[in-house]
Ligand binder design. Structure first.
Ligand SMILES: Cc1cc2nc3c(=O)[nH]c(=O)nc-3n(C[C@H](O)[C@H](O)[C@H](O)COP(=O)(O)OP(=O)(O)OC[C@H]3O[C@@H](n4cnc5c(N)ncnc54)[C@H](O)[C@@H]3O)c2cc1C
Length: 454
């Protein structure tokens, strides 16, 4: 068995592992950092839906690079860790024993499929949205000449898959168990706007129903239809299960690390497990929400990267006092030409959690005057505490600028800004780039929230 020595071993080369490695090297330049990941070619997971249509068109156009890792002196090994001797600080692959001082789990997540549908994964034409290149290549090849596709799950991954495939002239039916798409991230009035675009794009949307059976009626191992809880049968050539992800924690379980509510590795605010030489970051770690501090199922590259930065700078003692205080679930998605972004709690979630809140909304245009070519409508919603006006959530509909505007709201949430800070906030505006200074939507939404308090 080959022996390897390093100071910091990181298992996993996804966003969480990569950011942990770079941050660790920047903070501890003299330490030997080794990243181990299973596959040579690593997809950029967030762009996987765009492989299926014409936007990217192939996995070759969605390969992640190791960024500055090599130039910074970070080593990478393609292998799989199968066991760890915690006391001796040795991780084992099939033919290597790797001695480490600090260990970071960044083993990510894998598609979750309800047990009632797992048997169907063996059928030709049934796929999950995996992060592995070979599996995505296989799914893409299979789908290319098929016309009828059922997508199960109306989260942002299901919706992005539906829109990309609909743009390639496929007949798409998307089925979700709740009233509206993008549940949890958006309030009903925002989700309805997203649904309108879905339907205009000729995607058939079935709400409040569940796929209870995936059928191979000819017994030839090829899927033909799905049966819904309502009794409806939908004929299809392909079924894509976009029904969520589960933390990849087999190895962590094997070595006895504590797990959290939804099965992720338990960590404190500095991403330390119960053993302070072992950290966990990204989708494999256990998460809680920033505002309500309840266990969270959120799995995002944005959250994973922030966790990687915290772990990478806390390996040999707490360097920066601010740890990771929970996910603000910040993300954006594009549906047609319209962007939808969200951060923090929704109004519906806040009310459910018993919070005393106030809401401010504003609809305007993203350019000024509205006659500027390509100007688009923009809608901003802010959710704040009624007492003190602390901003705890935001949602935006608009053009591509939405993806950056939500980051401003995200920082407001994380740094506990109030609507009163925002009401007199100075903003850079320019006709071709932004909304008008007189009607800047984030500022106006704060003003409306204040009006609604009194
Ligand atoms: C289709 C899709 C679209 C998405 N879009 C967005 C988006 O727009 N915005 C956003 O913020 N998030 C998005 N996400 C979520 C985001 O991709 C994940 O949150 C992110 O990938 C998590 O990063 P990670 O590093 O924790 O895990 P992963 O990306 O899952 O990486 C895990 C790594 O661990 C390695 N590994 C696991 N076990 C072992 C082992 N035993 N030995 C060695 N290596 C091992 C794997 O090979 C891999 O390198 C999307 C996800 C998908 C699937």
């Amino acid at each position: 068995m080959e022996k390897i020595e390093c100071d910091v071993l990181i298992i996993g080369g996804g966003p969480a592992g990569a950011v942990s490695a770079v941050t660790a090297k920047m903070n501890y330049p003299d330490k030997e950092i080794l990243v181990i990941r299973e596959y040579k070619e690593q997809l950029v997971p967030c762009a996987i839906p765009y492989i299926f249509g014409n936007t990217l068109g192939s996995t070759q156009k969605d390969l992640g690079s190791c960024g500055q890792a090599k130039e910074m002196g970070i080593s990478t090994l393609i292998d799989k860790i199968t066991d760890i001797a915690i006391k001796d600080k040795i991780a084992f692959s099939a033919n290597k024993a790797i001695h480490f001082d600090k260990l970071i789990f960044a083993t990510g997540s894998q598609p979750f499929v309800h047990e009632s549908l797992q048997h169907a994964l063996a059928l030709n034409g049934v796929f999950t949205v995996s992060k592995h290149k070979n599996l995505i290549d296989k799914a893409k090849d299979y789908i290319t000449d098929k016309e009828d596709i059922v997508i199960v799950g109306t989260g942002f991954i299901g919706i992005e898959m539906a829109m990309e495939l609909a743009n390639s002239d496929k007949n798409i039916t998307i089925i979700g168990g709740s009233n509206h798409i993008l549940k949890g991230a958006f309030d009903t009035e925002v989700a309805i706007e997203a649904e309108k675009i879905l339907i205009e794009s000729k995607v058939t949307f079935i709400s409040n129903d569940r796929v209870c059976e995936i059928i191979d009626k000819n017994g030839d191992n090829i899927v033909n239809s799905v049966k819904l809880k309502s009794g409806k049968i939908i004929d299809t050539q392909v079924v894509i299960l976009a029904t969520g992800y589960k933390p990849n924690t087999q190895l962590a379980k094997k070595i006895g690390l504590h797990l959290g509510t939804y099965g992720g590795i338990w960590v404190d605010e500095y991403m330390r497990t119960c053993n302070h030489d072992i950290f966990a970051v990204g989708d494999c770690s256990s998460r809680r929400t920033f505002i309500t501090k309840t266990a969270s199922k959120v799995m995002l590259a944005s959250t994973s990267s922030a966790e990687g930065r915290t772990a990478g700078s806390s390996l040999y003692g707490i360097k920066y006092i601010k740890g990771f205080s929970g996910t603000i679930a910040i993300f954006s998605t594009m549906i047609g030409d319209t962007a939808f972004s969200s951060a923090g709690v929704t109004q519906e979630e806040a009310i459910k959690s018993g919070m005393d809140i106030v809401v401010g909304t504003f609809s305007g245009m993203n350019r000024h005057p509205a006659t500027i070519p390509d100007a688009q409508k923009q809608f901003v919603k802010l959710i704040a505490t009624k007492h003190g006006g602390q901003i705890i959530g935001g949602q935006i509909i608009g053009g591509k600028e939405t993806g950056e505007m939500i980051n401003i709201i995200g920082l407001m949430i994380e740094t506990k800004q109030t609507i009163y800070h925002v009401m007199s906030m100075q903003v850079s505006t320019q006709p071709m780039l932004t909304a008008a200074p007189t009607n800047y939507p984030i500022v106006m939404a704060a003003i409306m929230a204040n009006k609604n308090i009194s």
